[in-house]
Design a protein around this ligand. Structure first.
Ligand SMILES: *[C@@H]1O[C@H](CO)[C@@H](O)[C@H](O)[C@H]1NC(C)=O
Ligand SMILES: *[C@@H]1O[C@H](CO)[C@@H](O)[C@H](O)[C@H]1NC(C)=O
Ligand SMILES: *[C@@H]1O[C@H](CO)[C@@H](O)[C@H](O)[C@H]1NC(C)=O
Ligand SMILES: *[C@@H]1O[C@H](CO)[C@@H](O)[C@H](O)[C@H]1NC(C)=O
Length: 455
């Protein structure tokens, strides 16, 4: 895959790590039992984000969500199977959104080092290392906050080549002349991050207090190339590999996140919980972890009480691709083409009765678009339910299925996938849910929740 797919977008190629030790918590709060390790998640377009553009119109936001979703789908398809039929090379897609192929949707704010220095990184379920840019830079992009300087942290320590955490292939690259452990992640467009595999203290602050965790393994990237347009300090990978923070925090290997209204720029309660405090509640369905991604077993889709006529097996993952993943980096969802067609025909039948189609779809491939306003015209529309294995039903109302395109046109927020294509549960569909990942039990739990009650 890596060598045959030459394209202009980010894709992790190398994972070089195997064993990791477990770490214990040290909390500075006065409570006796450790409290939840909660991290506020900042949506990229919210007023709390340094990267938001408050002047963007509804239409500009919708186009952007759409373009970044296409790029993200192409990235995910390339990484999980065959390339997408959506073009990587369209100028439209590249203009200004290159940085988003890694799925910059939610930013996590915490600190590294002693004394703690603030960092702001992208949360990525499809990546598996925490890495940040580090001084001195052989090559760094301009980030919005000062670049981490490990020489100023008294607790920073580069892993030595013979540490248990540095069994890395190939040996010659992983180990430099001073016996320091190195990492390298190379993306599909030849962008890369390279540096030392190191440990330091991470400090998480929440309304309930401060939690510090010593000795967390992370990548200190001194050479970060080709990441045009990125502004955040790095990536917080939540994939299931030994390198991931999720793997290192306690023996529980759990995390959860709660997402509220992503169209509301002042929504302040999105949050990520790492470790044993993760909220694992509600319906439960198996997750299969493959290539670092979280696959779900989607058994059917219904609109209202009507099950769509979908051939069993079309959502199965095969060697050439397919399957259904849940992703924190894609706004829209995507469905394999037959399922997409069945869903859009069913919704079209309902919508044609109450609304007028938007004459020309505003721009291809916004396919199913109507004149109207989601919050006004779709009240009472039958819900769409994704039926996952073990009777886990994800019920989606109009806010999760449709996105306002401009003042008076809205479109279905689902992309049409390929025949053998990947399906993706995107963040529009994940709004108003808490998702709990238990990576030992290999279960995803979810329930509808108001994230504010967790704050
Ligand atoms: C990140 O957290 C720090 C400390 O809690 C705070 O001062 C800063 O404003 C936060 N940054 C963002 C972008 O929310
Ligand atoms: C980074 O910022 C500096 C100073 O503001 C500027 O001169 C330089 O061109 C910027 N580099 C990139 C790649 O944007
Ligand atoms: C990546 O680098 C290799 C070797 O330098 C080159 O052959 C290839 O065309 C590059 N790919 C892209 C997408 O720039
Ligand atoms: C989400 O936020 C948008 C923008 O503030 C608002 O118009 C909409 O009503 C909200 N949706 C829900 C379900 O609260």
């Amino acid at each position: 895959m890596e060598t045959t797919f030459a394209s202009s977008h980010s894709l992790f190629l190398f994972f070089f790590f195997t064993t990791f030790i477990s770490f214990s918590f040290a909390t500075t709060a006065s409570t006796t039992k450790p409290h939840r390790l909660a991290i506020k998640l900042i949506h990229r377009d919210s007023i709390f984000s340094p990267f938001s553009n408050p002047k963007a119109t509804i239409r500009e936001r919708a186009e952007r969500a759409f373009q970044t979703s296409i790029s993200r789908l192409a990235y995910l398809q390339a990484k999980t199977g065959r390339p997408s039929s959506y073009s990587f090379h369209s100028n439209d897609i590249q203009a200004g959104v290159i940085a988003d192929n890694e799925g910059i949707q939610f930013l996590a704010n915490f600190s590294i080092g002693t004394p703690p220095v603030q960092t702001l990184v992208t949360m990525a379920t499809g990546s598996d290392l925490l890495w940040v840019q580090c001084l001195p830079c052989t090559k760094c992009y301009n980030q919005s906050i000062p670049i981490f300087d490990p020489s100023k942290s008294s607790t920073y320590s580069i892993l030595s080549c013979d540490s248990p955490s540095c069994i890395i292939l190939p040996r010659d690259k992983a180990c430099d002349s001073s016996q320091h452990c190195n990492y390298e992640y190379r993306f599909i467009d030849n962008a890369s991050t390279k540096g030392n595999l190191a440990t330091d203290v991470l400090t998480f602050e929440s309304s309930k207090g401060t939690t510090t965790i010593p000795n967390m393994v992370f990548g200190c990237g001194h050479e970060n190339e080709g990441m045009t347009g990125r502004q955040e300090a790095g990536t917080l990978g939540l994939g299931y590999k030994e390198t991931s923070i999720v793997y290192q925090i306690g023996s529980d290997k759990k995390f959860s996140y709660c997402i509220g209204n992503i169209s509301d720029p002042s929504y302040a309660y999105n949050q990520l919980v790492l470790g044993s405090g993760a909220i694992i509640e509600g319906y439960s369905t198996p997750i299969e972890i493959y290539n670092g991604f979280y696959y779900l077993n989607l058994e059917g889709i219904s609109v209202g009480n009507e099950n769509l006529n979908i051939t069993p097996g079309i959502f199965d993952r095969t060697d050439s691709g397919g399957g259904v993943i849940i992703d924190s980096g894609m706004t829209y969802s995507a469905l394999q083409i037959d399922a997409y067609n069945a869903l859009s025909v069913a919704l079209e039948k309902l919508l044609d009765q109450i609304l007028e189609k938007a004459t020309a779809p505003p721009s291809e491939p916004f396919k199913l678009c109507y004149k109207g306003v989601v919050g006004r015209d779709l009240t009472g529309l039958p819900v769409v339910t994704f039926h996952f294995a073990d009777d886990a039903d994800m019920v989606l109302d109009e806010w999760s299925m449709f996105m306002q395109y401009n003042e008076d046109v809205f479109c279905m927020a689902v992309l049409q996938g390929d025949l053998d294509g990947l399906s993706v549960i995107g963040t529009m569909a994940q709004q108003y849910f808490n998702f709990g990942y238990d990576l030992v039990a290999k279960k995803l739990s979810f329930e509808v929740i108001d994230c504010e009650v967790l704050a």
